[in-house]
Write a new protein. Structure first.
Length: 696
């Protein structure tokens, strides 16, 4: 078994190795293998004459170049991916017969792609948006794709509304504005007319939609799926994946600034962490509902706009996955990976969620135009690691050379191979879950899908005060960008007022809209508050992968730096030494200190805390507007600031109040514990005024 596992792990790498192209020590050739003598000049009629059509080297090179782009994904175009592995915990055979979930000895290779939804391929990483979270498990029983998001609910209940929703959220068709943002008329027009969107919209207006790092987001399968055990018994499940890194978000001001200062902020962060061996990790778990309990909730399990509060059904952990290898080539792997919720393996099955049913069709269909034909499963990143054989033949970009006469079944020309595998308790052929279907053909939404407000209300009520404040600010910002006052009004009076009167009143006040009908009867959800909806419920044990900027300047006292670095290495914290220009600086003893980056190019918004060591010319340094701005901005964004020195008036000099997040201490080891606690909490929340929440 152990050696077979090793094979599993290595199989995907070997597969990719076979197609990896390393130009080192290779001569330059055409695609036909002809050695090229001159790659600098095209073939001309005379030294200053016109270029000749005969130049097959030029034509091949330009033709290939002209076709280097493929259509970007219609949604989730902007993304980043990484490789890793999944390992199951023991005991899951109670729920499923899927091999990769039940054998704790197997390390299943995985590929994960994170994405934003709205923006095109070149848009910024930090926009306010839902994040896609898609995993491909290369199991021994075939590829399994879990194509989820970082929020647990979706905007519409039926796939027939998906194109309408996407058209509304995408840039407006006349101007193609805005890029990567939902803050515009068509989005708010649609969602204010479609109350089923209210739950997903309030998640999108929360801090969840502006993550600090893709390593610090939760993932959800959204739909209710099924796990099927070896006896054929099915159970309803909702998939969750929970980051070991905890949950952290940007502040809206940071997210907007980063979109300009570093549009690649998230992909850089993920790449850097993996390169430095700080491997992100998630636990995969399920909420399990027995079939006989299907109807015991005040919502429909098939409705993808609903969560199951964890107070009603706790999460059962199934295993963990780790991302430990960056891609070699972005296009070949991240751009060409093709996910589909219909890629399932024995032991997992669908439900009748009408959104899921439409997705089962849509993903393969979209790959046909994106990847150019029906053989996209042969692209290395999409190939299963287990053997795959059938009688499908030919088509665009066929990579296989099939032997023999038979491409049909039954056949006698090939001894009837390849043959079917009957279903079995383990390692059998796929058999659909035998759900009884009995109904009339009908285009109608079930009455059990009709409550749109109790869960967004539950969500809002479950947030911490500062999180609620951010929700109010997000609605205010977004609706302030809406030009048509009737749309703003509809959202506030017909949607927000049905969620929560305070929420409606505060947003209304900010927009100059009077909320008149506050006497609505709110439908309360089965639980009053749900603890796991607040990001505060996900504070990690450690601070691995957090980033601290250390501002250096000429004549700095560098004695404490070694301590800072040693502490950071022990905690897995990334320390970057930033200098006024990227040239090295000299410390007070004349020692040269190298630079990891320039202060003006690496702003405080990209870090979780800032350290400024004292120095012989600190007074002059503090006159520098750049340094002042750096520290004030870090303060504004609720970040810990450590002054490594003994000047009591340091913070006063900057015009800042000292608080639990400001440290003035020459001995760094005195501040490590409170600093660590603040970094675990991610921000100095006590610095943020939440008084504005109390309605006037
Ligand atoms: Fe989708 C891509 C997630 C509903 C149609 N979707 C896509 C990706 C993610 C999701 C993460 C990017 C995959 C990647 O990284 O390549 N989509 C969701 C979730 C949904 C959802 C969590 C609701 C629960 N999607 C949904 C519906 C439809 C689609 C209802 C159509 C009926 N989605 C697509 C698509 C995409 C896609 C057009 C674009 C690129 C692709 O599939 O491969 O087919």
């Amino acid at each position: 078994m152990k050696s077979q596992n090793k094979d599993n792990q290595n199989q995907k790498n070997e597969q990719l190795d076979q197609v990896r192209s390393d130009p080192t020590h290779q001569v330059l050739t055409t695609n036909q293998g002809v050695k090229i003598a001159d790659n600098q000049n095209s073939l001309r009629a005379g030294i200053r004459g016109s270029t000749l059509l005969e130049d097959f080297i030029l034509r091949e090179k330009i033709t290939h170049f002209d076709h280097e782009r493929i259509p970007e994904r219609i949604v989730h175009a902007r993304g980043v991916g990484a490789h890793g592995y999944f390992k199951a915990y023991p005991g899951n055979e109670r729920f499923t017969k899927a091999g990769f979930l039940t054998d704790p000895d197997i390390e299943t290779p995985i590929f994960v792609r994170f994405s934003t939804v709205q923006g095109p391929r070149g848009s910024a990483d930090t926009v306010r948006d839902i994040r896609g979270f898609a995993i491909k498990f290369y199991t021994q029983e075939g590829n399994y794709d879990l194509v989820g998001n970082n929020v647990p609910v979706f905007f519409v209940q039926d796939g027939i509304k998906f194109p309408d929703f996407v058209h509304a959220v995408k840039p407006e068709p006349d101007t193609e504005i805005p890029t990567g943002a939902s803050a515009h008329d068509t989005f708010w027009d649609f969602v204010s007319l479609v109350p089923e969107s209210a739950h997903a919209v309030i998640w999108a207006m929360s801090d969840r939609a502006i993550p600090r790092s893709l390593r610090a987001i939760q993932g959800f399968g959204v739909h209710t799926f099924r796990l099927v055990d070896a006896q054929g018994k099915g159970r309803f499940v909702k998939f969750h994946w929970t980051p070991k890194q905890g949950l952290q978000s940007l502040l809206w001001d940071e997210a907007q600034k980063l979109a300009g200062k570093d549009p690649d902020f998230h992909r850089r962060d993920l790449y850097q962490a993996i390169e430095q061996g700080i491997y992100p990790e998630w636990e995969l778990g399920v909420q399990i509902v027995e079939e006989e309990d299907e109807m015991s909730f005040d919502f429909d399990l098939l409705d993808p706009t609903k969560i199951i509060p964890e107070e009603l059904v706790p999460i059962t952990p199934l295993g963990r996955f780790v991302l430990n290898r960056n891609v070699d080539n972005f296009f070949s792997e991240v751009e060409q990976v093709a996910f589909c919720p219909g890629h399932i393996v024995p032991g997992i099955d669908f439900t009748n969620d009408p959104l899921l049913q439409a997705r089962l069709f849509s993903y393969t269909d979209t790959q046909l135009s994106r990847l150019g034909g029906p053989n996209f499963h042969q692209i290395p990143i999409n190939q299963p690691v287990c053997p795959f054989h059938n009688n499908q033949r030919d088509g665009m970009h066929q990579m296989r050379v099939f032997k023999g006469q038979s491409s049909y079944q039954p056949n006698s020309t090939g001894d009837n191979w390849p043959i079917e595998t009957p279903p079995a308790e383990q390692n059998g052929g796929f058999e659909s879950y035998q759900e009884r279907i009995d109904g009339s053909k009908i285009r109608q939404r079930s009455e059990s899908f009709s409550d749109h407000f109790s869960q967004p209300r539950l969500y809002y009520k479950s947030l911490a005060p500062h999180e609620q404040k951010h929700v109010v600010e997000a609605y205010t910002f977004e609706l302030s960008k809406v030009k048509n006052p009737a749309i703003r009004q509809r959202q506030v009076q017909q949607i927000l007022a049905n969620i929560d009167p305070d929420l409606a009143q505060q947003v209304g006040k900010n927009l100059g809209i009077e909320v008149i009908d506050l006497e609505q009867k709110f439908k309360e959800s089965q639980v009053e508050k749900s603890a796991k909806l607040s990001m505060q419920a996900f504070i990690p044990e450690d601070i691995k992968g957090r980033k601290i900027a250390v501002l250096l300047h000429d004549q700095v006292y560098s004695d404490g730096l070694e301590q800072v670095k040693a502490w950071a290495a022990q905690e897995g914290v990334i320390i970057e030494l930033l200098t006024p220009s990227v040239a090295p600086v000299k410390d007070a003893q004349g020692k040269t200190l190298p630079s990891d980056g320039m202060q003006s190019a690496e702003p405080s918004i990209a870090y979780d805390a800032v350290i400024l060591p004292d120095g012989a010319n600190l007074d002059a340094v503090l006159q520098d507007g750049m340094v002042k701005h750096y520290l004030l901005e870090a303060y504004k964004h609720l970040k810990p600031i450590v002054f490594l020195g003994n000047r009591t008036a340091f913070f006063e000099q900057l015009g800042l109040y000292e608080d639990e997040g400001t440290f003035s201490q020459a001995d760094f080891m005195q501040v490590t514990e409170p600093l660590k606690q603040l970094l675990r909490q991610h921000r100095v929340w006590s610095r943020e005024p939440v008084a504005a929440l109390v309605p006037a």
